[in-house]
Design a protein. Structure first.
Lengths: 264, 224
């Protein structure tokens, strides 16, 4: 009885024309691709792709240009520093000026640093939001990265970078429709916050009530994955953006105070 | 006849399959985030990238000029102190090591706001292009954080009582427009912190002090 069923099935398979097998396989592949497409977009809202395709293309292209220009900025700064140092030794004044330049560049984040520190990694939650919950609460937000950075500064960090973007006095960390930008550069998940600081940076950080609140609110309540590593040394890259101010002018020291100045 | 129809079906499926493969690869290549953004968000994103690019191009032009000057000095066997001094002033102003002056806005904040709320305002000012920021006379540099709960705010260790002012140097119109737009930070803070008011005033000329923080790292060292 069982054998007869198998025999008849084998017979049927042999009877199927080859084009049907091809079509079947193609449809199977199509199904996989549709599933992959949907899965790759699962966490965020889906939109029709038509008008977005050229915009995505532009964005990808601009990102590449930005990386090229950033590399060029760093290369030029290095060449300038090299030439300045080559001129050293010709006079005491130049030596002094070069030391001041080095200090200012260190303070402005223009020099890559290596030292003791921590690396934190933040990843979207894998939990499913409840019916009346917002999906966005389960994703890492710019707010989360800012909290992480603020807590690290308060714990005594002296240099911080997020996914290779150095945090400087002009660094804004913002959300645009579910993606995060820092220094107007796109940050691809997972988000890594690297900080250089004292040996006890981790102890100081975890002793902070603000950091404990953050972990409770984001990891415990929403499943945002927060991990950390404490390698022997961490690297923080240099800032590749502009340090040229267009509206602010340096003032001679001692004369400045905050607030509007009296009319002349 | 039947055979032709079969071939057409296969051709159609193969075509769709090919299309899907390409779309899928593109989405994967563009990073997980972009594929899911709306057109409107993508437009804002592209505008942001363009701003960043324009700034980098400007910086490159200025650095190339400096490099050329330095090279020609070296070739002539002279060292120009003026250029190094100008460079020093530029970097010190950026880092917050020197006081600065310029047009901008003051944001007067009153009510039961907490540290993260104020940091939110500062982040928005930076996003709108602020070049230098101070909170009630304390220059905001790397590591300067407004912290604490309502009534117990502090900045760089100094107590901060409401009402207080956040001053920012930059294009006053852009800063004002960006903060006060519909759904902007003024509206957001108003919605999140009941009773808190933010008053944005364009100012022709502000003076912001230098930081008193030591900004040269002691745990990190330059990496070559």
């Amino acid at each position: 009885m069982g054998n007869r069923v198998v025999d008849s099935m084998v017979g049927r398979v042999r009877g199927i024309p080859s084009w049907q097998v091809t079509l079947g396989l193609a449809l199977l592949g199509l199904g996989f691709l549709i599933a992959a497409q949907l899965a790759s977009e699962r966490p965020r809202i889906r939109y029709t792709t038509q008008e977005r395709a050229p915009l995505i293309e532009i964005a990808v292209d601009l990102q590449e240009q930005q990386a090229t220009l950033s590399a060029r900025v760093l290369e030029l700064r290095e060449a300038i520093q090299g030439l300045e140092q080559a001129g050293q030794g010709t006079s005491v004044e130049i030596g002094q000026l070069n030391r001041q330049l080095e200090e200012a560049r260190l303070a402005a984040g223009l020099i890559p640093l290596r030292g003791t520190g921590l690396v934190f990694q933040l990843e979207d939650s894998v939990q499913e939001p409840g019916d009346d919950e917002a999906l966005s609460d389960y994703l890492v937000s710019a707010r989360d990265l800012r909290t992480m950075v603020e807590e690290l500064w308060l714990a005594g960090a002296e240099a911080i970078a997020i996914n290779g973007e150095r945090v400087t006095p002009t660094t804004a960390i913002i959300d645009i429709g579910g993606v995060i930008l820092a220094n107007s550069a796109y940050l691809a998940p997972p988000y890594q916050v690297t900080a250089i600081g004292p040996d006890d940076l981790y102890d100081r950080l975890t002793a902070s009530a603000g950091f404990a609140d953050f972990v409770r609110a984001r990891q415990d309540d929403y499943g945002i994955r927060i991990g950390y590593a404490e390698p022997e040394e961490v690297d923080v890259p240099a800032f590749a953006g502009t340090v040229t101010l267009r509206y602010a002018r340096p003032l001679p020291a001692d004369t400045a105070r905050a607030g509007p100045s009296p009319e002349p | 006849m039947r055979r032709t129809r079969n071939q057409l079906t296969i051709a159609a499926v193969a075509f769709i399959l090919g299309l899907m493969v390409v779309v899928q690869l593109r989405v994967q290549a563009s990073g997980s985030g972009l594929g899911s953004m709306s057109s409107q968000d993508l437009t804002v994103f592209v505008a942001n990238l363009n701003t960043g690019l324009a700034q980098r191009r400007q910086e490159i032009a200025s650095l190339e000029r400096d490099l050329r000057d330095l090279q020609s000095d070296r070739d002539r066997g002279v060292v120009s102190l003026d250029q190094a001094r100008a460079e020093l002033a530029r970097i010190r102003a950026y880092a917050g090591l020197d006081p600065v002056t310029g047009p901008g806005v003051t944001v007067s904040i009153d009510g039961a706001i907490d540290g993260p709320g104020v940091e939110n305002v500062i982040n928005e000012l930076r996003n709108a292009g602020a070049e230098a920021i101070a909170v009630e006379g304390v220059r905001v540099v790397v590591g300067t954080i407004v912290t604490g709960g309502p009534g117990g705010l502090s900045v760089d260790g100094a107590a901060l009582a409401v009402p207080f002012e956040v001053s920012a140097i930059g294009a006053s119109e852009t800063l004002t427009g960006s903060l006060t737009r519909i759904g902007g930070i003024v509206a957001q803070i108003g919605a999140t912190y009941p009773g808190v008011t933010l008053t944005v005033t364009p100012v022709e000329r502000l003076e912001l002090p230098a930081t008193s923080r030591a900004l040269v790292p002691s745990h990190g060292r330059p990496r070559l």
